[in-house]
Design a binder for this molecule. Structure first.
Ligand SMILES: [Zn+2]
Length: 289
């Protein structure tokens, strides 16, 4: 049996081939490198899988070495190939959103030639699938779309730059926008909840989020000319009430030719987006299409 494992900042999530899921809370141990890696080993090997796909939030080489994981510093420098050498299990590792994009293609959009996934939650990540193959780039770090700049000198981003797409379209981006509009320091969930309830400032923050989301998506449409853009991630899932006209907005902003080929969809994977991608990827690596 195969499984997909998604190592995030708060949970390690697992999706087995037969549909079973697991969630392991790691928030409290993620700063203790030894305890954290022990937990990762346990979760990956438990249930004696034949193969495991591992999705990692961070810059990950094609051979499975993590160069930098801004949200999970204990992963910095971890070499997954080494970690599971001689354990009798096939391992395939990749960036979480790249694998999640492959999961979208694998489970829902196999007819797509150019599929782009944009996932918005704590941060903003992108993944691209070309002709049914995940696109990693040369080093494995392609589609860091969150760090393309949409406003010179704009909001500070977690990467250290100013005005990145993620600085506006992410949990912390929405929180900052809400504060700039005169609101209090609230969680993204609370802001979305208030917007649903009709609070003016929250609605304006959500509108601003949508403006930046559409602008960045227009850039993506012009650069990649995709037939399918899938939006996913926790913040998108919670904001669906406000995003009904997004496809229309992006189409209107974009050039007519790429707009004519485009469809915009919302992921059905929910919180197992990364784990589902990791499962799809290990199935591909082991030829179980
Ligand atoms: Zn950035």
């Amino acid at each position: 049996m195969l499984k997909g494992v998604d190592i995030g900042g708060t949970f390690i999530k697992v999706l087995w081939e037969d549909g079973r899921t697991e969630k392991h809370l790691i928030k409290d141990i993620k700063k203790d490198r030894d305890a954290f890696l022990k937990k990762v080993r346990e979760v990956v090997l438990s249930g004696e899988p034949e193969g495991v796909g591992i999705a990692v939030a961070g810059f990950t080489s094609r051979e499975g070495k993590v160069f930098k994981s801004p949200n999970i510093p204990s992963l910095d420098g971890v070499d997954f190939g080494e970690l599971f050498k001689g354990k009798g299990v096939e391992i395939a590792v990749g960036n979480d959103v790249t694998l999640a994009a492959f999961g979208e293609w694998f489970f829902d959009y196999r007819e797509s030639e150019v599929l782009l996934l944009i996932a918005v939650g704590t941060g903003l990540g992108g993944g691209l699938v070309l002709g049914g193959e995940p696109f990693f780039g040369v080093c494995g770090s392609a589609l860091e779309a969150g760090h393309h700049i949409v406003l010179k000198g704009g909001f500070p981003c977690n990467c250290g730059r100013l005005g990145c797409w993620e600085a506006y379209c992410s949990s912390y981006g929405l929180q900052r926008t809400y504060r700039e509009l005169g609101g209090e320091d609230l969680s993204d969930h609370e802001i979305v909840r208030r917007a649903k309830g009709g609070e003016r400032t929250a609605l304006r923050a959500v509108d601003s989020f949508k403006e930046f989301l559409s602008l960045g998506l227009m850039n993506m449409v012009h650069i990649f000319n995709p037939d399918t853009i899938v939006l996913g991630g926790g913040l998108i899932d919670s904001m669906l009430f406000a995003l009904g006209d997004l496809e229309d907005k992006v189409r209107k902003l974009s050039e007519a030719l790429p707009a004519s080929c485009l469809r915009l969809r919302f992921s059905k994977a929910g919180e197992f987006l990364g784990a589902r991608g990791a499962l799809a990827y290990i199935r591909r690596v082991m030829n179980r299409y």
